[in-house]
Ligand binder design. Structure first.
Ligand SMILES: [Zn+2]
Ligand SMILES: [Zn+2]
Length: 83
């Protein structure tokens, strides 16, 4: 969560807080503009949603990103499919 102090111009100040967007990569801790798209039916959003950065993501398809945990699961599935 990021909080900013905003001058209202009348001598009073307001603190505005925004959540999200400041997520950190689960793998390296850098800023994470991407979210894992792995399907997780138990979650309300339906996807894993772990924050990941561009250098730690695994992209199985254009516009899709996987966190390191799910990237390894995805690889296992690929291998079993070919086997
Ligand atoms: Zn990272
Ligand atoms: Zn994930």
């Amino acid at each position: 969560m990021t909080c900013t102090v905003v001058e209202t111009g009348t001598g009073t100040r307001a603190i505005v807080c925004t959540s999200g967007r400041a997520a950190r990569c689960v793998s390296c801790g850098k800023r994470a503009p991407l979210l894992c798209d792995w399907k997780v039916p138990s979650r309300r959003s339906g996807t894993c949603d772990k924050p990941i950065c561009a250098s730690c993501t695994h992209s199985p398809a254009p516009g899709k990103d996987l966190c390191p945990d799910h990237a390894s699961q995805w690889r296992q599935r690929q291998e079993s499919r070919h086997g």
